[in-house]
Design a protein around this ligand. Structure first.
Ligand SMILES: [Zn+2]
Length: 267
């Protein structure tokens, strides 16, 4: 029987022999190595939204051995979610997304500490959810919540991985405005935040709800994969592109991002 067991505290940990084998296919990558794996094992991230983006992001990061993952979502699973929310099963319809995603991560990798928060992110619970995180992964489907995430990330000086997908299109970017890492670098100070790039809600339909515009499962998988890769690269001290990356259904293209003068959030 599955139960919410008491989980160990995430102490700074060195890699064990069994972990060396579990993560061997990524540890062998020179840029990851044992040191990178230890960084992952000692990292804490929050995924906001346990939907089409949040499911694959959670599974990839759990599989990679990110030490502690917090999932924030107050929604329940609907059968129409299952074309893309690949961590859920038909017999879970009607139950909590955050809790079921926690179970899916723990089935994959019982070593990961997972916190399922059955709440919607608001300005009120932001402090509780963001403090002590190394970064936040935006897997939401609306501009209002992204504004809260962007402000929270600047407040706590942590990056925001942004992702958005509708129909057969998607976009993603990794925002590092005001992050603590390399804070003295001049380059660092030129990084934009989400609001620099999206000061107003986009009107091209990219923010429309999936229920209104439709969504293909692989498109959320594609964007979530880039988000997951960027998160792993950042946590293992590798470069992450600062460009907005877009997929239009046929091909990728990139848009350079830049800091907005007098941005009310990150300047
Ligand atoms: Zn800004």
């Amino acid at each position: 029987m599955r139960k919410d067991s008491v989980q160990p505290e995430l102490d700074s940990q060195l890699i064990t022999d069994s972990q060396l084998y579990r993560y061997s296919r990524q540890i062998i990558i020179p840029e990851i190595n044992e040191e990178g794996q230890e960084l992952l094992l000692n990292s804490k991230v929050a995924i906001i939204g346990a939907g089409g983006l949040g499911c694959p992001v959670a599974l990839y990061l759990g599989g990679a051995g990110v030490g502690e993952i917090t999932i924030v979502d107050d929604d329940i699973i609907d059968i129409s979610n299952l074309n893309r929310q690949i961590a859920f099963k038909t017999n879970s319809v009607g139950s909590s997304k955050s809790k079921n995603l926690k179970f899916a991560i723990q089935d994959l990798n019982p070593e990961v500490i997972v916190n399922a928060i059955n709440e919607r992110l608001t300005s009120e619970n932001l402090d509780k959810l963001f403090q002590n995180q190394d970064l936040i992964i935006d897997c939401t489907d609306n501009y209002e919540t992204r504004l809260i995430i962007a402000k929270g990330c600047c407040k706590y000086k942590i990056p925001m991985s942004f992702g958005s997908a509708v129909r057969q299109e998607g976009q993603t970017a990794f925002f590092q405005a005001k992050t603590k890492k390399h804070i003295n670098s001049e380059i660092k100070n030129s990084y934009p935040c989400y609001i620099c790039v999206f000061p107003t809600a986009p009107e091209d339909g990219i923010v429309s709800r999936c229920s209104e515009t439709g969504i293909l499962g692989p498109i959320t998988g594609l964007i979530a994969s880039i988000q997951s890769l960027n998160v792993i690269r950042y946590l293992t001290n590798q470069d992450v592109s600062r460009n907005l990356i877009l997929w239009d259904g046929l091909t990728f293209f990139e848009i350079k991002t830049k800091k907005m003068e007098k941005c009310e959030v990150c300047s």
